[in-house]
Design a protein around this ligand. Sequence first.
Ligand SMILES: Nc1ncnc2c1ncn2[C@@H]1O[C@H](COP(=O)(O)OP(=O)(O)O)[C@@H](O)[C@H]1O
Ligand SMILES: [Mg+2]
Length: 389
Amino acid sequence: MKPPRSNPSTARGARPTIDSARKIPPESDAMIQLHDVVKTFSNAAGEFTVLKGLDLKIKRGEFVSIVGKSGSGKSTLLNMVTGIDHPSDGQVVVNDVDIYTNFTESQRSKWRGRNLGIVFQFFQLLPMLTLLENVMLPMDYVDMYDFNKRPERAMDLLKLVGLEKFANKLPVLVSTGQQQLAAIARAMACDPPLLVADEPTGNLDTRSADTIIQLFETFVSQGKTIVLVTHDPSITSRTHRNIIISDGELIDETISRALPLLRHRHMLEFTKLVEERVYRPHETIIPRDQHVDYFFMIRKGGVEVILQGKKKDHIVSRLGENEFFGEMELLRGGKSIANVRAGGQPVEVLALPRADFIRVMNESPITAEALGKIVQKRLEEHQIADYRR
Ligand SMILES: Nc1ncnc2c1ncn2[C@@H]1O[C@H](COP(=O)(O)OP(=O)(O)O)[C@@H](O)[C@H]1O
Ligand SMILES: [Mg+2]
């Protein structure tokens, strides 16, 4: 489904107007980069900051879900990426183009048509056009593909989403699930490398939702990048990465993976309180027989938990990315019974001060209980190790 054009001066991504906006070396591994993006709305009550300085990188080929409570800024964030709205401050780079510097509104709109597929919760098909005409519309708008090839390509896309039989129907004559499938076909009309979807299954039954997610998985396997906002946990479990936004700020992904049961506001608190540390291979992080002052989460690399034997030390467990340690001592009190050190590679950890950890655990019975179970299991492992040596 490549564009049939051969003239390089009109090929996608090579137009002078688009080239002049290129500041970033082409083909970086990032599809989306946000640098300190702020969005403030003004209304009668004054100024209201919805995005509070977001930094985010999404790589080419990633399938990313974004979740957050209603009003946390998810749609506003997507609108920064699509160029539908514009940031009050900061930089947005999509597919190597700084989309707010050097672009006029109409250049941005054309660029969007060629680079981005957008899917909304409420489909937004044009009601007086057939499904086929709806799918052809973006090709007409950015003048991609030969005029007489467009119907054929639109039909191919409708086949892909299983709607070829309905091609000549008006949107109102098909189900909501089918309308959304047609909207997805329309989003893919110009073969964009990036698909952005705002709660695409929010208005659908589970079966239609599943069809849509399978379709997204197919696109991802073909190398597309997909970013979608969703409330549905059955979707977030199928994406490569899940990003949480809380009150206009992004939660550290190591924290949300290490402590998934924590409330978003506590995750955000931790995000602001943690300190990043790097340890050299085999360097001690928690010495044995000492008070533990931090709760640690592993961002990169791994650690070894070591118990001292009479003759030699035993590695009782190895912990990897998004796992944590230090909780045992913090929850039970007392000194460290084991030595925790970096594995054979440098390890990056997030260290959260003891008092903050204890305070939040007291406010989060579900997380505390889940951690309690892990402590119990680890203690048992240690006792087994104790017994064996
Ligand atoms: N155009 C706008 N003008 C003023 N406030 C807005 C506008 N768009 C969104 N907001 C406010 O910004 C906040 C975040 O909105 P939104 O990004 O739509 O949240 P979400 O998609 O996570 O539910 C909300 O409080 C909303 O009322
Ligand atoms: Mg929204």
